[in-house]
Ligand binder design. Structure first.
Ligand SMILES: Nc1nc2c(ncn2[C@@H]2O[C@H](COP(=O)(O)OP(=O)(O)OP(=O)(O)O)[C@@H](O)[C@H]2O)c(=O)[nH]1
Ligand SMILES: [Mg+2]
Length: 331
């Protein structure tokens, strides 16, 4: 791999707190261009390892539930408490356009303008395919830049919530009180991994909000704990009226208390391990199809397997021997 001095400089500037370097580094790790891949590796290798005391928080909820508005108020209280905050907005839907990115900047205006915070709206393109992996690298970049808390805001559709859960320490699920009559629309799987449930927009109808809270509390009691020794609380907030935010801050602080550090470390370790395993699997799959010689061998073997002219086990061994050769030639 050629030594890229510009990337080494980028890493230095990033660690030194340069905003432009931060934005550039985030664009780089989000890039899917082949040319950028060695530069991404070089950048990540040049960064200091993440500190254990950093906080990674996921915030999810259906479109319009009030995530960005909540993050503005919640984020400002984190800044007050001395944290430096990065917000990475990930939207796996294709509805996100220049307009909604502008919307994020408006909804998180004070955060966007505060130099203790950094807000990164991501265009939808980035959320497709391997985006979950890019977001993990983006967290690493933010932590290297000195942010003590990184929040990943994700729109709750499809698999995106679970992917987010797998990259954070604490997972907050925002829900509307209007949807409180039943759990329709909110998948059970998401509630199972919620470390806290937050009923939003309580100012619209305080009664509906407290009914929803009671209903979600009952639901959460039926589920097994999201983490060992942690009971997921259900809270109500109005981000617009700044009500209930102190409770959220208290829950977050309780979650990150020192006696839970070992648990959080173990969670991160498991996350790194499955990230590695999954990425290796994916890259091998991609490699098998994109490397001409390998792809040709794979096609021959598929054909033989189809005709039953070679045992499947032998075909796999054959394939693996080609894979090894292919990688050896590269290094
Ligand atoms: N009354 C009231 N309205 C709120 C509150 N929080 C958010 N809203 C409104 O709800 C709408 C959606 O808020 P957002 O914060 O953009 O919601 P979001 O979940 O980030 O939306 P997407 O990012 O588009 O999925 C906006 O019109 C907000 O002004 C609240 O606490 N009370
Ligand atoms: Mg939003």
């Amino acid at each position: 791999m050629s030594h890229d001095t510009s990337v080494v400089q980028l890493a230095k500037d990033l660690v030194g707190g340069d905003r432009r370097a931060l934005a550039q580094a985030l664009s780089l790790v989000e890039s899917t261009a082949d040319d950028d891949q060695p530069r991404i590796v070089e950048l990540l290798t040049a960064l200091p390892p993440s500190k254990e005391t950093t906080r990674r928080i996921g915030v999810t909820g259906s479109p319009g539930v009030g995530k960005s508005t909540f993050l503005e108020t919640f984020g400002l209280s984190l800044l007050e408490a001395g944290h430096r905050l990065a917000v990475l907005a990930v939207d796996p839907t294709s509805r996100r356009s220049g307009g909604s990115i502008l919307g994020d900047k408006v909804r998180m205006q004070k955060l966007s303008l505060d130099d203790r915070a950094f807000v990164r709206p991501s265009p939808s393109r980035l959320a497709l395919g391997g985006a979950a992996f890019a977001t993990r690298d983006a967290i690493t970049v933010c932590e290297a830049a000195g942010f003590t808390t990184t929040i990943v805001e994700t729109v709750g559709v499809g698999q995106s919530e679970i992917e987010t859960f797998d990259m954070v320490d604490l997972f907050l699920v925002l829900v509307l009180s209007q949807a409180g009559d039943d759990l329709q629309g909110i998948k059970r799987g998401v509630m199972e991994v919620a470390d806290a449930v937050i009923v939003t927009k309580s100012d619209l109808s305080p009664d509906a909000a407290s009914q929803a809270r009671a209903m979600y509390r009952a639901t959460m009691r039926l589920l097994s704990p999201s983490r060992p020794g942690w009971e997921s609380p259900v809270l109500t907030v109005s981000a617009l009226k700044n009500e209930g935010l102190t409770d959220v801050v208290n829950v977050v602080n309780a979650f990150f208390q020192e006696d839970r550090e070992a648990l959080i470390d173990a969670v991160r370790r498991n996350q790194r391990m499955s990230w590695f395993e999954e990425l290796v699997r994916r890259k091998i799959a991609v490699q098998s199809e994109s490397d001409a010689a390998l792809a040709a061998r794979l096609a021959v073997l598929r054909d033989k397997v189809a005709k039953d002219s070679v045992p499947v086990t032998s075909a796999v061994h054959d394939f693996l021997s080609h894979l090894t050769i292919s990688f050896t030639e590269r290094s």
